[in-house]
Design a protein around this ligand. Sequence first.
Ligand SMILES: NC(=O)c1ccc[n+]([C@@H]2O[C@H](COP(=O)([O-])OP(=O)(O)OC[C@H]3O[C@@H](n4cnc5c(N)ncnc54)[C@H](OP(=O)(O)O)[C@@H]3O)[C@@H](O)[C@H]2O)c1
Length: 277
Amino acid sequence: MTVPTKTLPSGAELPGLGLGTYELDGQTADSVRAALDAGYAHIDTAEGYHNEEAIGDALAEYDRDDVFLTSKVLAKNLNYESVIESCEASLDRLGTDYLDLYLVHWPNPAISLRETLRAMAELRERGLVRDVGVSNFSAYQLSCAHHVSDVPIAVNQIEFHPWFQRPDLVDYCRESDTVIEAAAPLARTDVFGDEVVAELAEKYGKSPAQVVLRWSVDSGVVPLPRSSTPDHVRANADLDWELDEADRRRLDERDRDEPVYDTPARDWTSDVYGIEQ
Ligand SMILES: NC(=O)c1ccc[n+]([C@@H]2O[C@H](COP(=O)([O-])OP(=O)(O)OC[C@H]3O[C@@H](n4cnc5c(N)ncnc54)[C@H](OP(=O)(O)O)[C@@H]3O)[C@@H](O)[C@H]2O)c1
């Protein structure tokens, strides 16, 4: 795997490809094992994925320091005490005493961002997390986070794939030295139906997933593909080949501003936000 790492504010190196674990359910531990055996060194989870215990079981078989581990705090738990409690509970379930990266899973307009980031700074101070960041933040929200935070905002994990390239948000992340992680980098398989993706897969003798992931890495983001199929997990890390510049630009032109999950509508009463009237 030839995927460059990104240096975070703590000085840690973020591996340039990670395993996504959303909705892996009963396959979670096996996918994590398949990934770590295939050379991945980066696992992405969240308290909202309800799989941290299974990930902890798998991680117990490996050297913790060889794995970059990310978790996220739910938007409904963003007040000061809840952030601390959520992090401690995630550590407990994962069977570890630190997270490499801890993210605010979604912005929550009903809770003070300043208060949330004070708690994140406290977690970093106590050594429970090495770097902190956010997820699903717009440029406006990220700019506010940078403004009020005592701790550097290392990462914004956002939906990013050929059909949802978000140039303004990407530009702002770059200007503000915020590393971009690509959630749903395969658009949950939707982009496999793109005619240019299919044509390039044929041309290079690669799968559509490999074409999209190679393009993500070349675009300077850190993709987090999820797979419950060990063969797919392994194939997704086989990125030791090059996409021509002209072909990369053809994929740049496939943007449709079309999300698979980050749609404007929100269910404020859901388990993510838990906001009652
Ligand atoms: N921060 C957030 O709010 C947020 C939101 C969404 C996602 N994420 C993160 O990003 C990760 C990835 O996003 P996602 O899980 O939504 O979707 P995704 O990675 O874009 O797509 C997953 C789908 O792709 C299929 N797939 C993977 N590799 C394949 C291959 N080589 N060939 C054929 N099919 C393949 C998987 O099926 P198989 O299982 O059959 O391989 C699965 O159906 C998540 O797991 C999570 O860690 C974060």
